[in-house]
Design a protein. Sequence first.
Length: 116
Amino acid sequence: MREEIEEYINNNYDILEEHPWKEYPNFTTFKHQNNKKWFALIMDVPYEKLNIDKEGKVEVINLKNIPELIGGLRKVEGILPAYHMNKEHWISVLLDGTVPKEKVCELIDISYDLTK
């Protein structure tokens, strides 16, 4: 699903896409052109770091959301407290098909608007 999500972002927004960490070449940030603020970060994370009892890694996207809605969003399967970011303002969404692409895109739109 990562490729579909990256295509959605690149087709819908005038953004800067970067790979800022040499040691993590699969980590991609998406920022606004004008203010350089991140609105999305795609990365592969070990399941254990997400408190998921599975072996290996999973691709996730970190997205900003409205703090008052985050508690409810985390009740949705595949939406977790943000990995390695402020958990009050950010969520991690599994990109393994657990969360439908349409929902991921809706959450991307919200994150983009919140970081303008």
